[in-house]
Design a protein around this ligand. Structure first.
Ligand SMILES: *[C@@H]1O[C@H](CO)[C@@H](O)[C@H](O)[C@H]1NC(C)=O
Ligand SMILES: *[C@@H]1O[C@H](CO)[C@@H](O)[C@H](O)[C@H]1NC(C)=O
Ligand SMILES: *[C@@H]1O[C@H](CO)[C@@H](O)[C@H](O)[C@H]1NC(C)=O
Length: 364
């Protein structure tokens, strides 16, 4: 059975509302759900009345953002993009989707794939995901002009936009599940490389590397945003938790891969990117395209792929979360990150002191 997708129940039954197209991106919707914010209050004046259903079609197909819509509408649109990606993913998780219907009798083994499906490896899924990324860029472009008007001040939609890349471009369920199981000792540290979750992470870093690095950029800027422009919103701790785990998974896994591949940098200049601050587009493109040898620096951590980078990222996450005290969930996240940091720190001691360095317990 496919697992319950993260976004299925979010946003007041979005699934049903989207299907029958009864969310209208109008002032009335805005006033019901966000009674007291200034920017939303401004939207009350907006005259647009178009369904979310139609707005999603427009942004995917016409690459156009419905004009005069509110920030809240933009957030709904992000969730609608998730929803569509979930539908596409769900379809491809079913083996029959790979079958070309025919009147001929065929054998099961040859007609449909067996074993688990890796979505980013399916060309059609990948195209959908690229389109979703384009839509997010359109929304981000609108957000950037709002930022410019506010003299650099980032509004809450920006955090949704960063986090959306983490949701769409990382195996975040696997990362979160592995981290939580390790922290709660449901999986022994020495066995993590044998878990299915680890295989997903490894595949992501190796074979989905461009999207992985794009996600890393957004993980870094998630931290930047929350440190400076926190509004104590309920989703901030969750976004930080996800961002920190993403940086940890990428840094830790990438280090393991580098240890074995010995690939030395044919130094692409520049060779460093600061992940936790906004950087110019060219540098971002360079990092995405050929960043495997570039140093991804996070302030207070240094290179996230260095030998103690992954541990420091986790500790930095605890620090950031301890500033987000409005919501009790921060404490739970901190507990998990702390336990994980302990495990990772023992591992780097082991890695520096012996041949059995890859964290595997080879039961002798
Ligand atoms: C928006 O349009 C829909 C359908 O045409 C209509 O039912 C709804 O009342 C309209 N809402 C507003 C606020 O004008
Ligand atoms: C928005 O601004 C950030 C930071 O300056 C930049 O990296 C990003 O490419 C911009 N996005 C769009 C879609 O213009
Ligand atoms: C990378 O980050 C570390 C830790 O914050 C810092 O000490 C170092 O100077 C940074 N490197 C560069 C080149 O800025």
């Amino acid at each position: 059975m496919p697992r319950q997708p993260y976004h299925r129940t979010k946003v007041f039954g979005m699934q049903i509302l989207l299907k029958i197209g009864i969310i209208y991106l109008t002032s009335s919707l805005v006033s019901i759900y966000t009674p007291c914010s200034q920017s939303f209050a401004n939207d009350l004046k907006a005259s647009t009345n178009i369904s979310l259903y139609t707005a999603v079609h427009m942004i995917y197909i016409e690459k156009k953002l419905v004009s005069e819509t509110s920030e809240f509408s933009h957030i709904l649109l992000i969730h609608a993009l998730y929803h569509r990606m979930w539908e596409v993913g769900e379809n491809f998780r079913r083996p029959l989707s790979f079958w070309n219907p025919t009147a001929k009798k065929q054998s099961l083994d040859s007609a449909i794939p067996s074993g688990s499906v890796w979505l980013p490896g399916i060309p059609s899924y990948s195209k959908w995901r690229n389109s979703a990324c384009d839509c997010l860029d359109i929304l981000h472009w609108a957000a950037n002009s709002t930022i410019a008007q506010a003299a650099g001040m980032e509004h809450p939609t920006v955090l949704h936009l960063h986090a959306s890349r983490l949701v769409l471009l990382t195996p975040f369920r696997e990362i979160r599940s592995l981290a939580t199981s390790l922290a709660q000792e449901k999986i022994r540290w020495g066995e993590h490389q044998r878990t299915i979750e680890w295989h997903y992470i490894e595949r992501w870093v190796k074979h989905d590397q461009y999207k992985a690095r794009l996600a890393i950029i957004h993980a870094g800027t998630t931290l930047w945003h929350v440190r400076r422009y926190s509004t104590n919103a309920f989703h901030e701790p969750g976004a930080v938790f996800l961002a920190v785990l993403t940086l940890w998974a990428y840094g830790y896994c990438n280090r393991q891969i580098m240890q074995y591949s010995n690939s030395h940098s044919e130094s692409s200049d520049p060779s460093l990117i600061h992940l936790d601050r906004p950087c110019d587009d060219e540098l971002v493109q360079l990092f995405v395209r050929q960043g495997q040898n570039m140093e991804g620096n996070v302030s207070g951590v240094g290179d996230i792929c260095s030998s103690n980078g992954p541990e420091k990222v986790l500790r930095l996450g605890c620090e950031t979360l301890s500033g987000l005290t409005s919501w009790g969930i921060s404490k739970r996240f901190i507990t998990i990150l702390k336990s994980l940091a302990e495990l990772v720190s023992h591992d780097s001691v082991r890695a520096n002191s012996g041949p059995n360095a890859n964290g595997m317990d080879i039961g002798i």
